[in-house]
Design a protein around this ligand. Structure first.
Ligand code: CP
Length: 317
């Protein structure tokens, strides 16, 4: 399994966000994921690439998709996997993130996959340990593997990313998925529009190279793909619009709205879906939806990330 595209070799100990990666490094991850996608279709879905390495899942926030697929990805690379249950851990006795990380490192762990409610927590951890750190979502900051699997899925469907019109619709303000997608898609040459009620658009977001609108019809017109974000009610978004029903009326993706779009528009959502709020069920389960393909592709993409950071030579740490 190569870690070289012909242009570059992977040298980074950690994956903290797409902001910190070059176009070539993102392409290398997507290229490596292509090979691992093939592995996931075999009868025996396992390769010995990370045999002898150990991966820890350290999730301070709930998760279904990333947590399960990081575990599957590590197992399919023949790594040993440990899942730390935060509720049953010494975090509940007040142990800090850095102390937790250093103690995990003392157990000779190679890769720590961390999800945290605080933006920047994986960066702090990565500076404190020699183990590789992979960000599985931190606060409102980044969710790099989600954006990588979104891009991988989009490229699989439409054959390219460069020049595509991609609209990200929903709670942009609280969304680490939006930020990572914007970094990744713009680096790879896609044209990104973000669309939300004004209260859910962070000030200055246009400096990231995106078009900004609160008009759903403008966001849908000419889009090759839409990435519809979850309303993060746990982060107090209810005040941003009068009622949830009002949000669905103004921004919800429905069959009627899709009827005015490109016929082969790709509909994505990172999950979990609030059905009847961000989109109707007939769209979520309809012919344009690739939502479950995104989940499947998450395994190959996370295999690629674990493989690349896992093979960085000790000297780079
Ligand atoms: N897409 C995502 O990160 O979802 P969960 O962690 O809620 O499964």
């Amino acid at each position: 399994m190569p870690s070289v595209t012909g242009k570059i070799t992977w040298t980074k100990k950690d994956l903290l966000g797409l902001e910190y990666l070059s176009k070539e490094e993102i392409e290398l991850i997507l290229y490596t994921a292509e090979s691992f996608k093939e592995v996931t279709t075999r009868r025996i879905k396992k390769v010995p690439a990370l045999r002898g390495k150990t991966v820890v899942n350290l999730f301070y926030e709930p998760s279904t998709r990333p947590r399960t697929s990081f575990e599957l990805a590590a197992k399919r690379l023949s790594a040993d996997v440990v899942n730390i249950e935060i509720e049953a851990s010494s975090v509940k006795k007040g142990e800090t993130l850095i102390d937790t990380g250093r103690n995990i490192e003392a157990l000779k762990i190679d890769i720590i996959v961390v999800r945290h409610n605080c933006s920047g927590a994986p960066n702090i951890l990565a500076r404190s340990v020699k183990s590789s750190v992979v960000n599985a979502g931190d606060g409102w900051h980044e969710h790099p593997t989600q954006a990588l699997l979104d891009m991988f899925t989009l490229k699989s469907k439409l054959g390219r990313l460069e020049g595509l019109n991609v609209s990200i619709i929903g709670d942009i303000a609280h969304s680490r998925v939006a930020r990572s997608n914007i970094w990744g898609l713009t680096k790879l040459g896609a044209k990104v529009t973000v669309c939300a009620p004004k209260m859910l658009i962070p000030e200055g977001i246009e400096k990231m190279g995106v078009k900004v609108t609160s008009d759903i019809n403008e966001a849908l017109s000419g889009a090759d793909a839409i990435n519809v974000l979850r309303m993060q009610f746990e982060r107090d978004t209810d005040g941003a619009f009068p009622t949830r029903m009002e949000y669905f009326k103004q921004y919800g993706i429905t069959k009627e709205r899709l009827a005015g779009c490109k016929p082969d528009i790709v509909v994505m959502h990172p999950g979990p879906i609030n059905r009847g709020i961000e989109m109707s069920s007939d769209v979520a389960d309809g012919k344009n939806s690739v939502i479950l393909e995104q989940v499947t592709n998450g395994i190959a993409v996370r295999m690629a990330v674990l493989y690349l950071v896992g093979l960085v030579k000790e000297g780079a740490r």
